[in-house]
Design a protein around this ligand. Sequence first.
Ligand code: AMP
Ligand code: MG
Length: 388
Amino acid sequence: MVTIEEALRIIKDQKINLKSEPKPLEEALGHALATNTVSPFDVPEFDNSAMDGYALCGLYQEYRLVGEVAAGDSKDVSLKDGEAVRIFTGAKVPKNTMAVMMQEKTSVKESTLFLDEMPKAGQNIRRKGGQLTEGQAVFEKGHILNPPSLALMGSLGLSQLEVFSKPLINIITTGNELVKPGDPKSVGQIYESNSYAISGALQQFGFQHHQKTQIKDDFEATKAGIKSALESCDVLIISGGISVGDYDFVKQSLEENGVNELFYKVFQKPGKPLYFGRKDNQFVFALPGNPASSLTCFYVYVLPLLQKLSGYGNYGLPTYQFPIKHAYENRFGRPSFLKAAVVDGKVEVLDGQGSSMIQSMAKGNALAFVNEGEVLNEGDLVKCKLIA
Ligand code: AMP
Ligand code: MG
């Protein structure tokens, strides 16, 4: 049995080889960049108007109106003192433009432009290189591509990015009692649900599973199922069969498949019978079958490994502190990740903390960490991971 900190440390300390690949911009979201990026040109590349209005030469309140420049126009316009042109947002400002006046503060009579106020030099002009200059560092290797990063890369004209690959993930669920939702079920059977939580949580963080298999509680079948799953993945996530029951064959089957245990059992609630192992460059998590345990272990332990394997510098869900809405005492005898709801900046520990109780987890949006025996008063700060 290891502590939560030891388990997380073991995951963090794994030596890994990152793989990279080119990805089209459309598919690069959530990937970490595998190279440093510098700007190939100035952004913006030319002085342009920040407003729909008038480009002005000289600073007056009256101008001769001599033409028009729209966004995308490439003609070279040059203004003389006292001249103005109609201009639109994003259009290249004519040579000698001193300011742009927004159209709301202007009026035109015949070909004379009148301004409601004196223009200020440089007003409403987005300068060449105002965001980035040619050769300037844009992103360091390891930067995680969020939507604005994709916009920035696109604006640099980059259609393909070299990114770290995400791991290939297989899922195995175990249990004689499990029936696929939609199929007929007899007495004593239950619907299989953990794989939906796991594949959903994978998608939530930009991952997807490659294969999903359901295995009966049978030693040979478990051994064969694990062998086959390990043929096509970097990370294998198994649900159930890792406890100490007579039908729990996962641990022994992993050993027989050459997987080395890195830890087994974590001093925590829920999710005590959590297993983590490695075979060469493949990793295996065996999650306890109870639905809330399995998903909690995913968020706390599996996700950080997946992100680390994807080249993230910081991995795992961040921890935030929220004041608790009510007094609470952890009487579970183990450090606990409690199903909780953070609403209006306060955290509430929900009813239904059992390891099988997925409904309370489904209604909440956080895991609140409370140490074994810890007594909290209303307003005390609690460490929370937001899961929704
Ligand atoms: P186990 O860890 O295999 O002993 O399973 C613990 C509990 O979780 C049992 O009540 C199982 O029926 C339930 N369970 C195991 N796997 C799943 C699953 N994939 N979906 C829903 N419940 C499960
Ligand atoms: Mg089972």
